[in-house]
Write a protein of this length. Structure first.
Length: 337
């Protein structure tokens, strides 16, 4: 599938690797002895976007907005409640059994916590080689050679393959997780806050490694994070989520220079600027109140309880998610095409 790429300066068609359409993931709320369903937690509530081949799409928002749930539902670690996830021509939301198993070789995930995502009872050889063993890709000797190659690729000594996770630092563990994700030569990797648990000094190393591997292997990333500075560094386009919905999506330059949604403006106002003169002149937008519960979202616009620009219509109707400028999507009553 190709599409005219209106998000870049050129108009050359680019291949779409992933197309998400009206994706929803609700978690049931049950109470009582008989566990009667009394409502839903709307963790992801009608998300739509596409990812082009070879690009990095940043997915940002505050904690609890549904970023991680979106990533896990796309890759089918969570069963979607509704919607479609078209990956390389196949609807991930509809696949079952062997079909789903086979397509998972082409889409992998790096998890947030490098301490919890690696089995402490397994050696690095077993951890990184497990995908090869599960999919019967190679015999024992070939797996060992492949693991050595993967460890070198992510900047680790192949001699470490007999060691166990507790013998590594957080940054090294995340590299092991990346090596595992690369084992089956995937087209796309979903990076679920891969640097948030790491020291600041290590974060840049991991991000630079991701960029190097993307250039070398032609990888496509969804980079989930709440660090807007890092997202600006690594992403080609950025989607901003709030309470289970995408409120704005555009190129990183457009988003950081010309944000349209009041929530995006508030997020960007909190990002520190290294120039003390500019930083002193900037005005911080402070949002009042807490993030509403996804089990009981506000009527109308989800952001109306905290928005400094909300007016009567915001409390009555949900704003439509529209392309207000070429390649710039926004869901706000104040923003018109």
């Amino acid at each position: 599938m190709t599409i005219e790429n209106t998000t870049m300066e050129t108009s050359t068609p680019r291949e779409i690797v992933l197309q998400v359409n009206n994706l929803k993931k609700y978690f049931p709320i049950k109470r009582g002895v008989f566990q009667t369903k009394v409502g839903d937690v709307k963790a992801v509530d009608g998300v739509s976007f596409e990812v082009f081949k070879g690009e990095t799409l940043g997915l940002v928002g505050e904690s609890g907005c549904g970023k991680t749930t979106t990533g896990r539902t796309i890759i089918r670690l969570y069963e979607p409640t509704a919607g479609h996830v078209d990956f390389m021509g196949a609807d991930m939301a509809q696949l079952r059994g062997e079909e789903l198993r086979n397509i998972r070789k082409r889409m992998q995930m790096i998890f947030q916590d490098p301490y919890a995502s690696l089995n402490p009872r397994m050696s690095v050889l077993k951890i990184v080689g497990e995908p090869l063993e599960v999919f019967h890709v190679a015999n024992r000797e070939e797996r060992k050679e492949r693991v050595a190659e993967l460890l070198e690729m992510v900047g680790l000594n192949p001699d470490f393959m007999r060691r166990y996770p507790h013998e590594f630092s957080g940054g090294q563990r995340q590299r092991i997780g990346l090596a595992r994700a690369l084992a089956l030569n995937p087209e796309m990797i979903i990076c679920d806050e891969p640097i948030s648990a790491l020291d600041v000094s290590i974060q840049a190393q991991v991000v630079n490694l991701l960029e190097e591997l993307q250039d070398k292997l032609g990888l496509t990333y969804i980079f989930i994070a709440h660090d807007l500075s890092m997202v600006r560094h690594i992403s080609d386009r950025v989607a901003v989520m709030y309470l289970g919905k995408i409120v704005e999506l555009t190129t990183r330059e457009e988003l950081y220079q010309h944000p349209l949604h009041p929530y995006t403006e508030a997020l960007l106002s909190a990002v520190p600027v290294p120039d003390p003169v500019v930083e002193e002149q900037r005005k911080r937008i402070l949002l009042e109140g807490d993030l509403p519960s996804p089990a009981n979202p506000p009527h109308g616009c989800n952001f109306n309880t905290r928005c400094p620009k909300a007016f009567e219509l915001c409390f009555q109707e949900e704003p439509e998610y529209l392309e207000v400028k070429p390649g710039h999507f926004c869901a706000c009553h104040l923003v018109k095409p």
